[in-house]
Design a protein around this ligand. Structure first.
Ligand SMILES: Nc1ncnc2c1ncn2[C@@H]1O[C@H](COP(=O)(O)OP(=O)(O)OP(=O)(O)O)[C@@H](O)[C@H]1O
Ligand SMILES: [Mg+2]
Length: 283
């Protein structure tokens, strides 16, 4: 079964895009079919995958939403006919990892979608049409909690919240959890928190250890056990449009992302077991 996971945190620069690419690569290495969706008009993921602004790409996130808006205009009763066909090809990247790029114009969608009924369910409708081609779909969100991020959460089975250990690293978490509760109530009751992931830890910095202890004390039940090291090779990999799995497969960075994947698999097994047990109780 396909699993859709959003990488989300309204704080900027905490490692969302880097985690999306490298968790995707580690899933791919584990034999899974992966699609990455860039849901951020800054297009960092798109650029890290080697697409630049002048490339002619059909299946951008903007085009997918434009297709929906066009249908809304053509439709007599708005909101009724919302079948999005996966007509445009999805870019093939590297050994089975596909991605849907994003462009700057996507930023305007926040305004254009504002008054539209069902606006938070558009991405979900699109994903439903292509879902069965993949085992995992990872959505890299922008540092905001606007309509595009709501679309990501509505389309997702779960979410990963990357955080960077710093004085204010958990400031926005309460607000984000509030949004999660809203999305669960209104659109997606099954949205699961895959985990809070420390995305850049420097073990040599004493205050970071203290901050991580504080975060664990407060948010421990949601946290991944593994932490991604603050590692120059990870930075180098993004700068050269490669994943860390390609760039330095034996290093601690690649290993940490593989551990994240193992935890994701373990969560999945635990959920399946809980479901089976719940079914038994009703039999
Ligand atoms: N584990 C890491 N070690 C070293 N550098 C990292 C690591 N993770 C991310 N970076 C670097 O930190 C910077 C910010 O990362 P990234 O772009 O993934 O954050 P983001 O949360 O997606 O940012 P934004 O909110 O702007 O989308 C990038 O230069 C990236 O290469
Ligand atoms: Mg990003």
């Amino acid at each position: 079964m396909t699993r859709v996971i959003s990488l989300i945190n309204q704080k900027g620069g905490v490692g969302k895009s880097t985690c999306a690419i490298n968790i995707g690569a580690a899933l791919n290495e584990a034999g899974k079919r992966v699609l990455l969706i860039d849901n951020d008009p800054q297009s960092c993921l798109t650029r890290s995958m080697g697409t630049d602004e002048d490339d002619q790409v059909e299946a951008t996130l903007l085009n997918i939403f434009e297709c929906y808006l066009q249908e809304e205009r053509d439709c007599e009763k708005p909101g009724e006919r919302m079948q999005l066909e996966p007509t445009a090809p999805i870019i093939q990247y590297f050994r089975g990892m596909d991605y849907i790029p994003c462009e700057l114009g996507t930023a305007m969608l926040e305004v254009r979608l504002h008054a539209l009924p069902g606006k938070e369910g558009i991405l979900r409708r699109y994903i439903d049409t292509i879902k069965d081609r993949y085992d995992y779909i990872l959505i890299d969100c922008a540092p905001s909690l606007g309509i595009m991020s709501l679309n990501a959460l509505t389309a997702s089975d779960s979410m990963i919240i990357p955080i960077q250990p710093g004085k204010y690293s958990t400031d926005g978490l309460n607000q984000l959890m509030g949004i999660v509760r809203q999305v669960r109530c209104v659109a997606n009751p099954e949205l699961f928190i895959e985990g809070i992931l420390i995305s850049m830890i420097d073990g040599r910095v004493g205050c970071q250890k203290r901050i991580v202890e504080d975060v664990r004390e407060k948010w421990g039940k949601y946290m991944f056990n593994v932490m991604i090291p603050d590692n120059a090779k990870i930075n180098e990999a993004s700068a050269s449009c490669r994943t860390i799995i390609e760039h330095f497969p034996k290093g601690p960075g690649a290993q940490a992302y593989r551990e994240v994947v193992k935890e994701i698999f373990a969560h999945e097994k635990a959920r399946e077991k809980a479901k089976r047990e719940a079914m038994k109780r009703y039999e």
